[in-house]
Design a binder for this molecule. Structure first.
Ligand code: 5GP
Ligand code: ZN
Length: 114
């Protein structure tokens, strides 16, 4: 996807503060962190959103979920806890149309979601 910001981060055309990378996944610091730990976990293949995950591409999404515990451990929040969010669409607040998971931690979050 030539106009996708996260594809450009994956290719290296846009620099990012990358903390973890495999053949399938890239994890980098959010440019506008909302918590002491705020990472973006993306599959290297372009999928528009969680709403576009299916059995044909679910391994890419699974690789992201597998990365969660790894980068949480690396970030020192695997015992204190964390939250994982994937926004979809207008009401969900998605601003970048490349499937991604926010990993947020390092702060005590309130219960509930909105
Ligand atoms: P969304 O709102 O789509 O769920 O989340 C997109 C996230 O990507 C936002 O938290 C935003 O701060 C982050 N973001 C947008 N552009 C860039 C960028 O160029 N670099 C990095 N590191 N994060 C970005
Ligand atoms: Zn993309």
């Amino acid at each position: 996807m030539s106009d996708c910001i996260f594809c450009k981060i994956i290719s290296g055309d846009i620099p990012s503060d990358t903390v973890y990378e495999t053949e399938d996944v890239k994890v980098f610091k959010d440019i506008k962190p909302v918590a002491p730990v705020h990472l973006i976990i993306v599959p290297k293949v372009h999928i528009d959103s969680l709403n576009d995950v299916n059995y044909g591409n679910i391994e890419a999404a699974a690789a992201c979920l597998n990365a969660v515990k790894i980068v949480a451990e690396m970030s020192g929040i695997s015992e204190s806890g964390y939250r994982v969010i994937s926004n979809f669409g207008s009401d969900g607040g998605q601003t970048v149309n490349h499937l991604h998971f926010h990993l947020i931690g390092g702060v005590k979050m309130r219960e509930g979601l909105i």
